[in-house]
Design a protein around this ligand. Structure first.
Ligand SMILES: *[C@@H]1O[C@H](CO)[C@@H](O)[C@H](O)[C@H]1NC(C)=O
Ligand SMILES: *[C@@H]1O[C@H](CO)[C@@H](O)[C@H](O)[C@H]1NC(C)=O
Ligand SMILES: *[C@@H]1O[C@H](CO)[C@@H](O)[C@H](O)[C@H]1NC(C)=O
Ligand SMILES: *[C@@H]1O[C@H](CO)[C@@H](O)[C@H](O)[C@H]1NC(C)=O
Ligand SMILES: *[C@@H]1O[C@H](CO)[C@@H](O)[C@H](O)[C@H]1NC(C)=O
Length: 222
């Protein structure tokens, strides 16, 4: 299964910009592709070709790949008709380190310029993991594949217009009793359509591994 950590941003102000500047589309043809991603107007790879500073994307070579960035977020897709940009985001994680008997914690803070907002229609806040002293694992509240509704996985709607969030773990959380069955906990905001809970996300680091693309920010000593 191909799985990317995606997040949609609604371009709140875009259509007003387009309407007022339609006559000023630059004549010079600037590159409109970065790697295999199209960069349509009003976006541009150059300030002269974008309608506004917040629409200037950055095409950079990272290792062997050519990647597109909006500020420091990697862009996967741009859709002008939808008014949306898909970017990769970081996952807040907390993993029990078997070697050190301590927790590795990586909290995430994100802030967008006022041109953008998180799409409340497309994204959800998703939390994966177990409370350190949780309900007994009877059949009824056992985690289920494809279901993120309380057991091992919770999700919540985003309010409209969110441009900033902070995901962090409670201090003093002690997973020493549960790390064998659930080594890591995660918090993320991502596209609901790209997420399908699997019970293997609790028992291994597969969710983290397939969404972080080599940037391991949490370890469980394994
Ligand atoms: C483009 O983005 C990369 C990755 O965030 C960054 O290292 C580089 O400095 C940026 N370049 C420009 C011109 O902003
Ligand atoms: C969920 O699916 C995975 C394979 O994708 C499987 O290994 C696991 O046992 C399933 N979980 C349950 C509770 O059936
Ligand atoms: C989610 O995965 C389960 C198996 O783990 C599968 O049965 C279900 O069809 C999937 N749902 C979607 C929307 O892909
Ligand atoms: C975590 O809990 C275990 C026993 O439940 C205890 O031995 C250990 O000291 C606790 N660790 C911390 C950091 O509180
Ligand atoms: C966890 O333990 C491993 C040793 O197995 C160590 O290399 C790693 O740095 C530790 N992680 C953190 C975040 O301290």
């Amino acid at each position: 299964m191909k799985f990317s950590q995606l997040l949609l941003l609604g371009l709140l102000a875009m259509w007003t910009f387009v309407a007022s500047a339609a006559a000023e589309i630059p004549a010079a043809k600037a590159p409109t592709r970065c790697g295999n991603i199209d960069v349509p107007y009003p976006f541009g790879l150059d300030p002269q070709c974008a309608i506004h500073g917040d629409f200037v994307l950055n095409c950079s070579t990272v290792g062997r790949d050519t990647k597109l960035f909006l500020y420091n977020m990697e862009v996967i897709k741009v859709s002008v008709p939808d008014g949306k940009v898909w970017v990769k985001t970081l996952i807040a994680c907390q993993c029990y380190n078997q070697t050190t008997n301590s927790l590795s914690i990586f909290n995430v803070w994100m802030s967008l310029p006022s041109t953008y907002a998180l799409s409340a229609d497309d994204n959800k806040v998703i939390v994966i993991g177990w409370p350190s002293s949780g309900p007994a694992l009877d059949k009824q509240n056992a985690p289920k594949n494809g279901s993120c509704s309380g057991a091992g996985c919770c999700q919540a709607d985003l309010p409209k217009g969110v441009r900033q969030y902070d995901s962090f773990f409670q201090e003093g959380y002690n997973t020493s009793q549960i790390w064998r069955t659930s080594p890591c906990n995660y918090i993320t905001v991502m596209e609901t359509a790209a997420f399908n809970f699997s019970t293997t996300y609790l028992t291994s680091t597969v969710f983290y591994d397939m969404t972080t693309h080599g940037n391991r920010l949490c370890w469980n000593g394994g």
